[in-house]
Design a protein. Structure first.
Lengths: 326, 245
């Protein structure tokens, strides 16, 4: 039997910032033991690799055809046109990523956001955490920090894979502006995923049913992906799934002018796709792309609003009744 | 002896239901306090308020001189809490769970403290075991370890022997007594088992429908009523709703 020291003067609790880090690291450790989170994350990462391959393959094929055509054209004495592979922005090869981020990425972020708080409620560990010298604010900030870390890590992986693909693309040279655009695209993607992850986290905090905590944010995501774009710009749901959707000019009309003005700021996925199309250089002529500033501002406002909602919900949380009831 | 737990006119309502009705109670330092009552008497509500998990509707409560509502952080630094059903991260080992709680409590060298605490609880063999694979008794011990890591002055236990087999009950009872005697930790224990009270507690109180109906030292009770059987008679006489509960 080991001896144990008698009770001593209370230990000073860690500073709130180190508590937030501690909670974030534990939350990530627990969340990534959840199979749904792992599968969705793995699928997203797999899609990143697929997108990189598709982008590289399409450009490589186009360049290959051109290279084979050049000697034939020369033999025929015809003028050699410019290489079509270098005519388009190399970044447009990333257009598939827009779809993967808005579909799989957002879904993974919702499930992760839900799990980060839901795991504590499901396991029943929240009352023990609440009985430790940790402020509710540190707890909520720690969970949000965990979400940021996970989203940024996923997107850094995607960015590195995409950057390597860009470098390997035949007949393409990336300029400084292209690198800046690539960074901007992943910045906007991070805003999108963090917004949806926080929405998931909010409902995992305020609801007493685990299934509803997942169902409601997924329904919101479905509405923002398929229904709001249809209401605001008559975008066919299938087009909403398609990365070349931005090449289809939405129907004009007074009805859509009104709905776009009213519902547009809530149509987060449409905003994301519009910003991505602008950044990656595949916005068609005649399409009124949303300005970067207004789009980013909407996302920042949504993120701050939901984050404040989470802070408030966690502060008012009844720790003695924290378990889900289903 | 000074009161380490001071409860004054504490009331908790859930809508029209009064879970705790004007409770006033002091628990002195170094005591093993047994809080008796039927299911739904308000014991867990009291414990939840004292551990800062729940806000009272009115009244006040202090743990080690710190108000649990206005100075909850300071109170939490001085208390440890073991719920009725110890729930930890099932996928993580005992050590991983304990490291997390040690760090949350500000323990500087979690590994050494965990070794020391598991040694005291005689459960070093559980260190690397996944919590999800543990028996109820093993979880209770790890739960107790979690509550002891930061060397609290007061330990709150909610029905600590609930669901344990006789050997588990005896082991846990011995640990509680040893912790109190060797280190002077004040123990506040919710229970509805009179046999537990007579074997571990130094003072008892009985709660019935949210109201305090009895409070005395165990010595005083035994002097007045004689033995364990009399203690049972006393309990039944002050809780007239026993059969209905």
């Amino acid at each position: 039997m080991t001896s144990i020291t008698a009770p001593v003067a209370p230990i000073a609790p860690p500073a709130p910032s180190s508590n937030a880090w501690l909670i974030a690291s534990a939350a990530l450790r627990v969340a990534f033991r959840d199979r749904t989170v792992v599968w969705l994350t793995a699928m997203f990462l797999a899609m990143v690799l697929v997108s990189a391959y598709l982008g590289w393959s399409a450009t490589h094929t186009l360049d290959g055809i051109f290279q084979r055509a050049v000697p034939v054209l020369k033999a025929m004495g015809k003028i050699i046109p410019a290489n079509p592979a270098s005519e388009v922005s190399p970044l447009s090869a990333l257009r598939n990523m827009t779809t993967y981020v808005s579909l799989l990425g957002a879904l993974a972020a919702i499930v992760l956001g839900t799990q980060l708080i839901g795991a504590d409620r499901k396991s029943g560990v929240f009352p023990l955490i609440a009985s430790r010298p940790v402020s509710r604010t540190s707890y909520a900030l720690g969970k949000m920090l965990a979400l940021f870390i996970a989203v940024i890590s996923l997107l850094v992986f995607a960015a590195v894979v995409n950057a390597l693909t860009m470098v390997l693309l035949p007949g393409q040279t990336l300029t400084f502006a292209d690198w800046r655009s690539l960074t901007a695209f992943y910045g906007v993607s991070a805003l999108c995923l963090i917004a949806f992850g926080l929405i998931g986290m909010y409902f995992a905090t305020v609801l007493r049913s685990e299934s509803m905590a997942l169902l409601i944010p997924v329904t919101i995501w479905l509405m923002m992906t398929f229904i709001l774009p249809q209401l605001t710009s008559n975008t066919n749901p299938m087009n909403a799934l398609n990365p070349i959707k931005a090449t289809i000019v939405p129907t004009a009309g007074s009805f859509f002018d009104i709905t776009s003005a009213i519902l547009g700021p809530f149509s987060l996925m449409d905003i994301y796709r519009s910003l991505s199309a602008t950044i990656l250089g595949f916005t068609p002529g005649g399409h009124m792309a949303r300005s970067m500033l207004s789009g980013v501002t909407i996302y920042v406002v949504v993120i701050l609003f939901v984050a404040l909602g989470i802070l408030r919900a966690v502060r008012n949380f009844d720790a003695s009744r924290s378990d889900y009831n289903d | 002896m000074s009161a380490v737990i001071a409860i004054k006119n504490l009331t908790k309502r859930y809508g029209d239901h009064v879970a705790l009705d004007d409770l006033t109670l002091d628990v002195s330092a170094g005591e093993v306090f047994g809080f008796l009552g039927h299911n739904g008497a308000g014991k867990t509500t009291t414990l939840n308020i004292l551990t800062t998990l729940l806000r009272p509707t009115s009244g006040s409560a202090k743990v080690c001189g710190h108000d649990v509502v206005t100075d909850g952080m300071a109170a939490r630094r001085r208390l440890g809490y073991v719920p009725e059903n110890v729930r930890l991260y099932e996928g993580l080992s005992a050590t991983a769970n304990l490291t997390y709680f040690a760090r949350l409590s500000g323990v500087e060298d979690p590994a050494a403290r965990i070794r020391e605490t598991l040694g005291f609880l005689e459960c070093e063999a559980l260190a690397d075991k996944r919590v999800g694979a543990m028996s109820k008794g093993q979880r209770q011990r790890i739960g107790l370890a979690q509550a002891m890591l930061h060397r609290p002055e007061v330990l709150f236990l909610d029905e600590p022997t609930s669901g344990l087999d006789p050997l588990g009950i005896k082991t846990l009872r011995d640990l509680i007594v040893r912790l109190n005697k060797q280190h002077g930790t004040t123990i506040f224990m919710n229970t509805h088992l009179i046999s537990e009270v007579s074997k571990t507690c130094t003072s008892i109180a009985v709660l019935n429908q949210g109201k305090l109906v009895f409070h005395d030292t165990l010595k005083g009770v035994l002097a007045k009523f004689g033995d364990d059987t009399a203690l049972e008679q006393l309990y039944l006489s002050v809780t007239p709703k026993a059969e209905a509960a």
